[in-house]
Structure formats: structure tokens, C-alpha cells
Write a protein that binds this ligand. Structure first.
Ligand code: CAA
Ligand code: NAD
Length: 304
């Protein structure tokens, strides 16, 4: 196996001190968490104070767990929490060297947002998207800086997962690539680079596997518990595929399948109707309290 080399503290890696994170959901809060523990300032922006408060509470809870497990001192936690702020105004991005967009996986939402954040950003600042699947080259056309736009795809849960997938678009310049790659190492993560095709590397493989697990349930081949146990115990996956789908968010899984289905124009990627039904019901997994499992009790219970 080829080891990917850490280039160290290059000037490009060290050029980022202030990060903006748009979307304070599970990914945005994880990105702000990791940025702050690396010593960067992080401003999170979302549509409401409730989302910002929830993100802050979740970051504090995850950092407290790191302190309990002696991965971080209490002083470092308090300093990191101080480096994180929240805002409802895009003007808060004025000092950011890099803005990472982590809003809902919907191209119309992301494109509409870029129109509003770019005027608030410094002309030399980089914009990155944490999209799970959408074409970076196409998203770049909705910005005023396609050369300073790139995919920076973190994995969930961000504080734990080692990988960041890097996706340059057709127009992304070498400086932007060097900054994002250097920063990835600084954050303690390992980058891999993917060409800009639907769902990149991880989700091109992982989400069709999740979709197939939903078909396995839909066709009555196994129960929720048996499908998950089969893949946990039989393939050594840390979570079963339905449990993982609930963890990622069924809306995100479906959005990724739709991008792969449309982008590859191949029926083998058709989203399972049961996945569609769950999303239509608002059963989005952990974040809405119910998906393939119900999370309202002490232990998750299958919902069918
Ligand atoms: N946030 C922060 N830290 C968390 C966490 C969270 N939500 N959940 C767990 N952790 C930390 C714990 O604090 C613990 O840290 P230490 O090792 O420092 O003590 C560590 O993770 C392990 O936690 P636990 O022992 O409590 O739990 P576990 O062993 O069951 O592991 C897990 C939890 C790491 C989430 C593991 O189940 C796992 O790896 N699951 C699969 C995750 C995965 O596949 N992610 C990729 C999803 S796809 C994606 O992200 C791309 C996309 O676009 C959809
Ligand atoms: P989430 O639903 O937890 O959070 C999305 C957040 O974006 C919400 O707080 C929402 O209020 C906010 N938002 C929506 N529109 C907004 C706007 N116009 N302005 C500001 N905020 C807005 O979703 P998530 O799981 O954090 O996913 C976010 C992004 O990260 C998506 O592109 C997703 O594909 C990607 N991603 C998700 C995972 C995962 O496992 N969930 C992993 C990697 C990447």
C-alpha cells in the first residue's frame, strides 16, 4: 500500500487561521470542532439561533468526552470552545481565509447560498464544499471564483474519522489545492484525491451499498436487525448499513443516490422506494429521532 506523505507545515497549510463554516448540522459542527482544536478560529453560520445553540452543545459534549478519555485537557477544551463563535449574518465571514459550506445536500440550496456568502467573503479567500456527491465543477459555476473553489469532503463523525476526500474541479488552481491539502494534514486528517465524478470515491462505493441494504429489507430478505448484524459480524463493519444510514441521515443517503443515478444515467443506481418513503415521511434517521430505528427509548428499536 502506498503511504500518502504529510508535506508538513507548508506556507500554504499555515495560511489558514480563520475558518467560516456554513451549516451547523452534524458535519458543520464537527468541522468547527476539529478546526478549533487545531488552534484555528471558527465561525459557524446557520439559518436560526436554535441550530447554532444545538451545534455548540453538541461540540461541547463531544469535547467533554475527549477530556474524560484524557485525549484533551480541560484548559485546551475551554480554549477551543472560545475559538468557536456562531452568527446568523454572513458579514461574520469577512475575516475568514477559508469558508467551508456544509449545508443540506441540495444543489439549489447550495447555489443560492453562494450568491449570498461570496459578497461577504474576502476576494482572496477560498470557498470549499463538504458536498457528499454534487459536481464541484458545476457548483463552481455558481461562484465568482471557480479557481478558488474545491471539494473538501469530511467523514462523519468528523472528530473521529481519519479521511478527508479532496475534489478539485476543472478550474481549481494549484494554490487552492495546496492550501486545502496542507490544511487537511494540519487538522490531523489524511487526504485522498478524487476526480470530480458523481459521489467521488467513498460515497460512490458506500451509498450504493447502503441502498442495496435497504433493498434487502424492502424485498424481505432480512430484518433490520439481521441485515445490520450480518454486515457487522460478517464483514467487520463498525456499524450495520441501516444503522449507518440512520447515522448519516436518510435524506443525505437519498440525495447521494439521486446524484449518482442521474449522473451515471444507469438504472443500477436507482434509489430504493423504501428509502424514498422514509425520507418522505420525515424519518431521516438519528437527527429526526426515527429512521430504520426509533431512537426515543434507551436502546434503538427497529421501526419495521
Ligand atoms: N462525535 C465525536 N466523537 C465521537 C462520536 C461523535 N458523534 N461518536 C463517537 N465518538 C468517539 C468517541 O469519543 C471515541 O473516542 P476515543 O477513541 O477517543 O475514546 C470513539 O469515537 C469511539 O467511540 P465509541 O467507543 O463510543 O463507539 P464506537 O466504537 O461504536 O465507535 C464510531 C463509534 C466511530 C462512530 C463507529 O461506530 C464507526 O466508525 N462507525 C462508522 C462510521 C462511518 O462509516 N462513517 C462514514 C460515514 S459516510 C460519510 O461520512 C460520508 C458521507 O458523505 C455520507
Ligand atoms: P444536517 O442536516 O445535519 O445539517 C445541515 C445544516 O445546514 C442544518 O443545520 C441547516 O439548518 C443548515 N442549512 C440549510 N440551508 C442553509 C442555508 N441556506 N444557510 C445556512 N445554513 C443552512 O446535514 P449534515 O449531515 O451536516 O450534511 C451537511 C453537508 O455535509 C451535506 O452536503 C452532506 O451531504 C455533507 N456530508 C454529510 C455527511 C453525513 O454523514 N451526514 C458526511 C459527509 C458529508
Amino acid at each position: 500500500m502506498t503511504e500518502i506523505q504529510d508535506p508538513g507545515a507548508t506556507p500554504e497549510a499555515m495560511s489558514v487561521n480563520a475558518v467560516g463554516v456554513i451549516g451547523a448540522g452534524q458535519m458543520g459542527s464537527g468541522i468547527a470542532h476539529v478546526a478549533a482544536t487545531t488552534g484555528l478560529s471558527a465561525v459557524m453560520i446557520d439559518v436560526g439561533q436554535e441550530q447554532l445553540d444545538r451545534a455548540r452543545a453538541s461540540i461541547a459534549k463531544n469535547m467533554e468526552r475527549q477530556v474524560r478519555r484524557e485525549r484533551m485537557s480541560e484548559d485546551d477544551m475551554n480554549a477551543a470552545l472560545e475559538r468557536i463563535s456562531g452568527s446568523l449574518e454572513f458579514e461574520a465571514l469577512a475575516d475568514c481565509d477559508l469558508v467551508i459550506e456544509a449545508v443540506t445536500e441540495n444543489e439549489t440550496v447550495k447555489r443560492g447560498l453562494y450568491d449570498r456568502i461570496l459578497p461577504a467573503m474576502r476576494a482572496d479567500a477560498i470557498l470549499a464544499s463538504n458536498t457528499s456527491s454534487i459536481s464541484i465543477t458545476r457548483l463552481a459555476t455558481a461562484t465568482d471564483r471557480p479557481h478558488r473553489f474545491m471539494g473538501m469532503h469530511f467523514m462523519n463523525p468528523v472528530p473521529v474519522m481519519q479521511l478527508v476526500e479532496l475534489i478539485p474541479g476543472l478550474a481549481t488552481d494549484d494554490h487552492t489545492r495546496a492550501v486545502i491539502e496542507g490544511l487537511t494534514w494540519r487538522l490531523g486528517k489524511t487526504p485522498v484525491t478524487s476526480e470530480d465524478f458523481p459521489a467521488f470515491i467513498v460515497n460512490r462505493i458506500l451509498v450504493p451499498m447502503i441502498n442495496e441494504a435497504v433493498y434487502t429489507l424492502y424485498e424481505g430478505i432480512g430484518s433490520v436487525r439481521d441485515i445490520d448484524a450480518a454486515m457487522r459480524l460478517g464483514a467487520n463493519h463498525p456499524m450495520g448499513p441501516l444503522e449507518l444510514a440512520d447515522f448519516v441521515g436518510l435524506d443525505t443517503c437519498l440525495a447521494v443516490m439521486q446524484v449518482v443515478h442521474d449522473g451515471m444515467a444507469d438504472t443500477k443506481y436507482r434509489p430504493c422506494p423504501l428509502l424514498v418513503k422514509y425520507v418522505e415521511a420525515g424519518w431521516l434517521g438519528r437527527k429526526s429521532g426515527k429512521g430504520f430505528y426509533d431512537y426515543s427509548g434507551d436502546t434503538p428499536e427497529p421501526t419495521r
